[in-house]
Design a protein around this ligand. Structure first.
Ligand code: HEM
Length: 374
């Protein structure tokens, strides 16, 4: 029964070799994670800062939220890359999972649209220096919706590998044999720590970003502001680090199947596991140094180190995903029928997309040099 629900073979085969598909899936997810973390945990943190913090806190909050519309646009577009490659390489499990969870999954379109509007409404208030209670409520609602969407993403991607749980979910949610699409993967022990672990990591990315912003983009702000940001970032990163360590341990030692845990700690994989677990220590040390004496170089290094943390995380997740699926299917063994046209078109558009993103970041950097009221 478990395997009955797995999708049938695609007679066309993979349009590109597996290594190509998985490389862009992991690269795309690394690129998605950076901006996604800034709206996942960052928006909430910035709203809290404005609500409870002093003048510097309000300034930092204003700076980050002011750029949020561009950050969301970038993160959503980067998310398309891993989604595309998940659908191509993991179609046999991605589609059945997203059919079981169809309505919550589909609701992301609506929730994201509402959250996007919420952020715009807040930003308009911020720019006009008139944050009415309604505009503030729109910001809080957006932050809440992003956390809910993160939960739905964790649901679908954990359900995708929880093949053994599909039949039970289908039985619980079908009407006359047809699935209602109302399932959630809440009975899967990996779901909760996975969702929370990503939130902890998002706190660390937010902390690293505040220092990158202060060091590279905030030339109009004073030295006092930069010192304050360095202290704040260190505290926030420490919170994220502890959160990540606790939920990550729960995930690995309390939720993963024993054979997957053995894989993570055996052979050469132990190196990647160690890098993934201890990696956040490097940005933390750099933040400690920045707190003792802030300079642009440290800010840049912190940003780069955090990208390394995200990349290690993305690779480890990929290894776990394949291992979880191993009893049901071997994603590396599909026939390949290379389709050069779409492949070259993708590569061309990907490079062009990165170019446009670089241009957007330059524009934001320029706008960021203008002081923001708040
Ligand atoms: C609508 C545009 C978006 C697309 C196309 C997208 C795409 C993706 C993809 C493909 C993954 C899984 C990557 C992998 O495992 O290889 C992912 C993971 C994730 N995304 Fe997004 N995303 C989008 C928006 C969002 C939003 C608005 C949030 C809100 C917080 C979000 C939060 C997450 C989280 C938390 C994960 C990790 C889920 C897990 O595996 O536990 N994404 N996203």
């Amino acid at each position: 029964m478990d395997t009955d629900l797995i999708g049938p073979d695609n007679p066309l085969g993979y349009p590109a070799p597996y290594w190509f598909l998985v490389f862009f899936k992991v690269l795309g997810f690394t690129l998605h994670m950076g901006p996604m973390h800034l709206w996942y945990a960052g928006l909430l943190v910035m709203l809290l800062l404005r609500w409870r913090g002093g003048a510097h806190a309000a300034r930092l909050s204003g700076r980050l939220i002011n750029t949020m519309p561009v950050i969301i646009a970038m993160g959503v577009n980067f998310g398309i890359v891993p989604l595309l490659f998940t659908q191509v390489a993991y179609y046999k499990v991605f589609y059945p999972a997203s059919i079981l969870i169809a309505w919550p999954w589909f609701s992301i379109f609506i929730l994201l649209t509402l959250a996007y509007y919420g952020v715009y409404i807040y930003v308009i208030g911020l720019r006009r220096d008139r944050l009415s209670p309604l505009k503030q409520a729109a910001g809080w609602l957006a932050a809440f919706l992003f956390v809910v969407m993160g939960f739905l993403f964790s649901n679908n991607f954990s359900l995708m590998t929880n093949v053994g749980g599909w039949a039970g979910l289908w039985e619980a949610t079908n009407a006359g044999g047809a699935t209602t699409g109302l399932a959630l993967n809440t009975a899967d022990p990996t779901l909760w720590p996975r969702w929370l672990m990503m939130f902890g990591l998002a706190l660390t990315t937010t902390a690293a970003y505040t220092v990158v912003d202060a060091g590279l983009f905030a030339s109009s702000e004073g030295e006092d502001y930069r010192r304050w940001v360095a202290g704040f970032a260190l505290k926030l990163y420490t919170l994220g680090l502890v959160w990540f360590a606790v939920t990550g341990s729960w995930y690995i030692f309390g939720a993963l199947r024993p054979e997957i845990r053995a894989l993570l700690f055996g052979g050469p994989m132990v190196i990647l596991t160690t890098l993934t677990a201890l990696g956040p220590g490097l940005p933390w040390l750099l933040l400690l140094a920045a707190w003792r004496g802030f300079d642009r170089r440290l800010a840049l290094l912190t940003g780069l180190a955090q990208v390394g943390v995200l990349a290690c995380n993305a690779v480890s997740r990929q290894v776990v995903q394949n291992a979880e699926l191993a009893p049901y299917l071997d994603v590396t063994a599909e026939p390949v029928n290379t389709q050069w046209g779409p492949l070259l078109l993708f590569l061309g558009l990907f490079v062009a997309g990165l170019g446009v993103t670089g241009w957007m970041i330059r524009q934001v950097a320029k706008a960021q040099r203008q002081p923001v009221t708040g």
